[in-house]
Design a protein around this ligand. Structure first.
Ligand code: FAD
Ligand code: NAI
Length: 480
């Protein structure tokens, strides 16, 4: 078979593999290069960060640990007596691995179904139209491939802090925190962002004493301030402790074997020294795009000051015929954002219009309560001089939430004061991730709070809270 394709993609994460499928559907001859090795097979492990060490394993553990916490803390309220539940980490991890392996295998199946060539190895951009793939250590394990379009989709890896050197045992990243073999007694999480709260929740539910050290005054700085406050309060009730406006100085490991522990020194908002002792320190202060191992600088690809590959509105880099998508480029580092960009790029290269709207990328934190948001926050609307009306509805006034004992939360909708167009929303509460989908759809069609308010919602559902928040925008809330 010839080594020339219409499209070659470097990286088989959600950005790369989805781009490959859409391009193949549109009639292109596609190859995808992936470096993540498979233990028991010569083919690479597809699915990227998302499937292997990100979205899927973290959600599998969130679900398992939520069942455990429910059985321990809430079954008795429902009159269910199960005694004191015990945790079997080995089985929990095996289940997580099975979930991951099944989905990874599914991606290989999708590649076959769509006649996409999968190439194992580290891809390197050589120049317009040419990539090299290194499949081993020797120079002769290098082979060149050619394509009209080259798509960079190499994703991201955890940022490491020079004063907290990761050793994988005591100072760890999310890659390790999804695969611990026992529950740490004390876990310090550095970074009160999405990973810190999700994986912090997992280990807190399973019995770890979790302290979160956040550099800024607010956890999850991208959230509406009142939503972030409510989330911190809820997680606080579950046993997580928060230290905001706290700057990490250094960490040292002392003791050996089972007695080893980490001493973390930091300074608080008053510039006082504070110390934390922990069995493990999870560093989750953001992720950095993979721009160094794929020959980008030699090929002349422009990288921004923030370390992202620079692209124009149509995902084109400054090198002709070379495009980039996903975590590599600007915007939130989210799997669904990478996927949408993959689809949009494949369609653009097949001559279609670019339909992607970067203002409508939803963001979800899968803690309990969940937090889901889209569009503008109140602070952003104010900064941009946009007058908005805010509609809010508490889960405590929702019948289904009462029936489920899930009254902790609220829906908040922002609509333009003049036109009533919905400009943003944030939901904190059980099933927030699913409730947000309705609001995203309405926003995609340029809809108003009146549109949501006039839509009949089933009773009793959590979704009635969305309707009530929309009614509140209009001053017509019914149940509060
Ligand atoms: P990646 O998924 O990072 O894929 C890039 C692939 O390229 C990798 O497989 C890598 O091995 C490969 N690669 C790199 N360099 C080369 C090379 N030179 N040659 C060949 N292959 C190469 N997002 C969500 O939307 N929802 C979530 O719930 C969520 N949870 C997360 C939980 C955790 C713990 C983490 C770490 C991330 C989470 N994310 C979540 C973020 C999500 O995983 C990423 O945004 C997404 O995977 C980015 O997709 P991508 O295709 O750009 O890159
Ligand atoms: P993040 O950007 O969400 O949060 C990092 C946090 O660390 C911020 O609050 C930041 O202020 C803080 N921080 C930065 N430097 C610090 C320091 N020196 N000391 C203390 N705090 C510091 O990054 P995170 O949690 O690492 O996640 C990376 C990305 O992965 C996320 O941005 C998100 O895009 C993606 N992700 C998405 C998930 C989802 O969609 N549910 C789940 C997990 C990850």
């Amino acid at each position: 078979m010839s080594d020339t394709y219409d499209m070659i993609i470097l990286g088989a994460g959600p950005g790369g593999y989805v781009c490959a499928i859409r391009a193949a559907q549109l009639g292109m001859r596609v190859a995808i290069v992936e470096q993540r090795a498979q233990e028991e097979s010569s083919g690479p492990r597809l699915g990227g960060t998302c499937l292997n060490v990100g979205c899927i394993p973290s959600k599998a553990l969130l679900d398992s640990s939520e069942h455990f916490a429910m059985a321990r803390d809430h079954f008795s309220e429902h009159g269910i007596q199960v005694g004191k539940p015990k945790i079997d980490i080995k089985t929990m991890m095996k289940r997580k691995e099975k979930v991951v392996d099944t989905l990874v295998g599914g991606i290989s199946g999708l590649m076959k179904k769509n006649n996409i060539t999968v190439i194992a190895g580290r891809g390197q951009l050589v120049s317009t139209g040419t990539v090299a793939v290194h499949s081993g250590k020797d120079a002769q394990d290098r082979k060149e491939y050619h394509a009209r379009h080259i798509v960079l989709a190499m994703g991201s890896t955890p940022i490491e802090l020079h004063n907290l050197p990761v050793d994988g045992t005591h100072i760890i990243t999310s890659d390790h925190a999804i695969a611990l073999s026992s529950v740490p007694k004390r876990l310090v999480v550095v970074g009160g962002g999405v990973i810190g709260l999700e994986l912090g929740s997992v280990w807190a539910r399973l019995g770890a004493e979790v302290q979160v050290v956040e550099f800024l005054p607010q956890i999850c700085p991208f959230l509406d301030a009142d939503v972030a406050k409510a989330l911190q309060r809820s997680l606080g009730k579950q046993g997580l402790t928060f230290h905001c406006s706290t700057k990490v100085q250094e960490a040292s490991v002392s003791g050996k074997g089972k007695n080893a522990h980490v001493l973390l020194r930091a300074t608080n908002s008053k510039d006082e020294s504070v110390e934390f002792e922990a069995d493990k320190v999870l560093v989750c202060v953001g992720r950095k795009p993979v721009t160094e191992s794929a020959g980008l600088s030699d090929a002349g690809v422009t990288i921004s000051e923030r370390g992202r590959v620079m692209v124009n509105h149509d995902f084109a880099t400054n090198v002709e015929g070379v495009y980039a998508i996903g975590d590599l480029i600007d915007g939130p580092m989210l799997a669904h954002k990478a996927e949408e960009e993959g689809v949009a790029l494949a369609e653009l290269l097949a001559g279609h219009a670019n339909t992607m709207d970067h203002n409508l990328i939803p963001n979800v934190i899968y803690t309990e309560p969940e937090v889901a948001s889209v569009g503008l926050t109140e602070a952003q609307a104010k900064e941009r001089g946009i007058a908005v009306k805010v509609g809010k509805f508490s889960y405590a006034a929702n019948g289904r939430a009462r029936a489920a004992s899930a009254t902790d939360g609220f829906v908040k909708i922002l609509a333009d004061s003049t036109s009533d167009q919905v400009l943003g929303a944030a939901i904190i509460g059980t099933r927030a991730s699913d409730l947000l989908a309705e609001i995203v759809s309405v926003m995609a069609f340029g809809g108003s709070s009146e549109d949501i308010a006039r839509t009949c919602h089933s009773h009793p559902t959590f979704s009635e809270s969305v309707k009530e928040a929309a009614l509140d925008c209009l001053g017509r809330v019914l149940h509060s």
